[in-house]
Design a protein around this ligand. Structure first.
Ligand code: NAP
Length: 480
């Protein structure tokens, strides 16, 4: 990040501690000239929140102090609990995020539930800036009959389970052999790949041991990926799509007749690449494969069928644009995974748009009653909706920080005394949080846990065990 305007007014600084790294006593920047640093609370320690902390503190001059509040006992959000375990390169972004958490100007306060342990209003009293970075971790619904039948599960819950989310639970697939995945985005590709990949290939990853054992016992032979429009409208990206064709012992089954004969008008280069991949697969034989992934387009789910658990999915044939004419058929399946996107939710007292599932904002400032005054901001999926890849959050965070920088002098001038941060309030409420040392203790415990199974680091997925691992470093909040 390039150094921007100084975040300071001329006020005496407070006492430095480990978390400020002397920021209030100041090595450089606003703190050296008697000013105080800008105090920022970021709600959510996923990639968007940590990238925001990164852009705010990259200059390392102590003019900004960031507290990262996280509901879960550990940071990294969807990097840890969304990105598939076999996407090792993406997971390695964790090293960059760890460097940000290790900065003296950044403090991790995990296992603090904003809304329960502290309210947004209380944060706004104690920080110059509050940034909402809570992401989007709930599933969207398809909105058809049968969605709640046993055997119909959301991709978000399946992803949470295989990623060892402490609130995840084993999926109720009921020994399914044939699984329908509704949706043709990157999450659908992820879940299809995990359902079909040879589990031994997951052993070197950090996938939890019980998940690995369950995948080893999985009888799944066929996965049907279902797009409600034509293949030119599929949301997957080419790199992720190609991976389906690289799974050993797995055939990709595509009917050439579903693919457009001519390049669709206005098709992007990405769409043309996707269509070329599909065309290549359509020409391949698929007879001797152990497992298969079938790609369907123009297939809109209208009802999940079954007397007491899923036995099939009724589909309506649609045009490439998704328009149906009432012709339906039944695909016999044992389970349905609904992978139709994520949606966010927010703590009480925060505006929320129920249609876009985002916090309404203008230039990253939160809109309240049509006004977007400085002081409250938004970043990541809760700002944009669940779109884009991990790196999108980096540039998004930069945009949010540009606005914060533009407002900083005004915010500091409006409140010369240091608002102090949330630590004393958490201490008064006896809220114990997991700090950086606690998180490092979890990382260490996961290495030991993996080596007990003859593997590398393996995730601990139990909430209490995570806290126990962090316990030696679980500290009451120090004042700073
Ligand atoms: P997504 O990209 O929005 O895809 C959702 C899919 O569900 C679309 O095919 C959509 O079809 C379909 N859908 C929505 N409502 C439906 C309904 N009622 N009936 C049938 N189909 C329906 O969402 P996602 O796959 O959850 O991914 C979320 C974000 O995470 C994306 O930006 C994705 O790229 C990102 N991600 C990235 C990676 C990676 O980089 N490796 C991995 C996972 C996720 P329509 O287009 O017709 O609406």
């Amino acid at each position: 990040m390039t150094a921007g305007p100084q975040f300071s007014v001329h006020q005496p600084g407070g006492a430095p501690d480990r978390a400020t790294g002397g920021a209030t006593g100041g090595a450089t920047g606003g703190a050296t000239d008697g000013g105080r640093p800008l105090r920022v609370a970021v709600i959510g320690a996923g990639p968007a929140g940590i990238y925001t902390a990164d852009h705010l503190t990259a200059a390392g001059d102590g003019t900004v102090l960031v507290d990262l509040l996280e509901r879960l006992p550990v940071p990294f959000g969807l990097l840890r609990y969304g990105v598939a375990p076999d996407h090792v390169n993406i997971k390695s972004t964790g090293r960059t995020l760890m460097q940000v958490l290790s900065r003296p100007q950044v403090r991790l306060l995990a296992h603090v539930d904003v809304g329960r342990d502290v309210t947004v209003a209380e944060l706004r009293e104690r920080y110059d800036v509050v940034v909402h970075a809570v992401g989007a971790s709930d599933d969207k619904r398809i909105g058809i009959p049968g969605e709640d039948l046993p055997g119909s599960i959301s991709a978000t819950s399946y992803v949470a389970w295989y990623n060892g989310h402490p609130e995840g639970a084993p999926p109720e697939l009921g020994g399914a052999r044939v699984v329908a995945v509704v949706g043709v985005g990157n999450v659908a590709v992820d879940v299809a790949r995990i359902l079909l990949r040879d589990p031994e290939e997951l052993s070197p990853t950090d996938v939890p041991q019980d998940v690995l054992d369950a995948l080893r016992a999985s009888p799944v032979t066929d996965v049907h990926l279902l797009g409600r429009r034509g293949p030119q409208h599929a949301k997957w990206t080419t790199k992720e799509l190609r991976e389906l064709g690289e799974l050993s012992g797995v055939a990709v089954v595509v009917d050439d007749g579903q693919l457009p004969a001519e390049p669709p008008e206005g098709a992007t280069p990405g769409t043309l690449r996707n269509l070329a991949v599909l065309r290549d697969w359509a020409a391949r034989p698929s007879d001797d494969a152990r497992r298969r992934v079938h790609l369907h387009f123009g297939a809109r789910p209208v009802e999940i069928l079954g007397p007491d658990r899923v036995t099939g999915l009724r589909l309506e044939r649609t045009s490439a644009e998704g328009v149906g004419a009432g012709e339906t058929w039944v695909l016999p399946v044992d389970a349905v995974l609904r992978s139709v996107g994520y949606r966010g939710s927010v703590p009480p007292g925060v505006p929320f748009d129920d249609v876009t599932h985002t916090i309404p904002s203008r230039a990253s400032r939160v809109l309240r009653d049509g006004e977007a005054p400085p002081g409250e901001y938004v970043v990541g999926w809760i700002k944009r909706g669940a779109t884009g890849v991990l790196g999108t959050n980096r540039s998004d965070a930069k945009d949010t920080v540009t606005t914060i920088r533009a407002d900083a002098a005004q915010l500091l001038a409006a409140r010369p005394p240091d608002p102090g941060g949330v630590a004393p309030l958490l201490a008064a409420r006896d809220v114990r949080y997991v700090d950086l040392d606690g998180w490092l203790a979890v990382v260490d415990a996961e290495r030991r846990h993996g080596s007990a199974h003859g593997r590398g680091a393996v995730k601990i997925s139990d909430w209490e065990q995570l806290l126990a691992a962090a316990d030696e470093a679980l500290t009451p909040p120090p004042a700073r």
